[in-house]
Design a protein around this ligand. Structure first.
Ligand SMILES: [Zn+2]
Length: 164
C-alpha cells in the first residue's frame, strides 16, 4: 500500500501497490519537464500521455493545459507526476489540476475513491450522464468530471456553473 495526497480533492488516501505521486505545480514547459522526467527514469512512456493531453486540451480550448506523466520502475514502483502550465486563470488552474490529479488517482488504482466523493456530495448524477462510472467512460471523461469536482470542492455550486 502507498499513501497519496491529492490537493484537488483535499484528501490523502491509501492505494494498492507502490506509488510515488507528486504534484509539481505550474511549469514553464510541460514538454521539457516530460523529457527530463523520461530521461531520468529511463523511460519514454510519457509521449503517448503527452499527446493525448494536447488533444484533450485543444478540445477544451486550453492549449497544453496540464499533464500527468506515469512511468513504472524496474522494481514495479509507479512514479506519477502531475503539473499544469503557467498562466491560467485561478478557475482554469483549479479545473486542470483536478483533471490531472484524476488521471493520477486512476493510475494509482484509486478510481473508486472518486466515485465515493461524488456520491457523498450527491454529484454523480450532475456530473455523469449515467450517474455512475461505467465501462463506457473513458479516462478522459472521468478526468473531466474530476476537474469539475475540484471546482465544486473549491467554489461550491458556483464552481459547477463556470464557463471555462
Ligand atoms: Zn486528460
Amino acid at each position: 500500500m502507498s499513501k497519496i495526497k491529492l490537493d484537488s480533492f483535499k484528501c490523502e488516501i491509501e492505494v494498492p501497490g507502490e506509488i510515488d505521486y507528486k504534484y509539481e505545480g505550474e511549469q514553464d514547459s510541460l514538454i521539457l519537464y516530460g523529457l527530463k522526467f523520461g530521461i531520468k527514469n529511463k523511460a519514454l512512456i510519457y509521449l503517448p500521455v503527452l499527446i493525448s493531453e494536447v488533444v484533450v486540451s485543444s478540445l477544451h480550448g486550453v492549449k497544453r493545459a496540464g499533464v500527468c506523466y506515469v512511468v513504472e520502475s524496474n522494481s514495479g514502483k509507479k512514479i506519477i507526476r502531475t503539473m499544469i502550465s503557467k498562466g491560467h486563470s485561478e478557475f482554469v488552474a483549479t479545473y486542470v489540476k483536478g483533471h490531472e490529479e484524476t488521471h493520477a488517482l486512476i493510475e494509482a488504482g484509486g478510481k473508486s475513491y472518486l466515485e465515493k466523493i461524488l456520491k457523498e456530495n450527491n454529484l454523480a448524477g450532475k456530473l455523469f450522464k449515467n450517474a455512475k462510472f461505467s465501462s463506457n467512460c473513458s479516462q478522459e471523461d472521468i478526468a473531466d468530471v474530476g476537474g469539475q469536482l475540484a471546482l465544486y470542492l473549491s467554489y461550491g455550486e458556483a464552481g459547477l456553473k463556470l464557463n471555462l
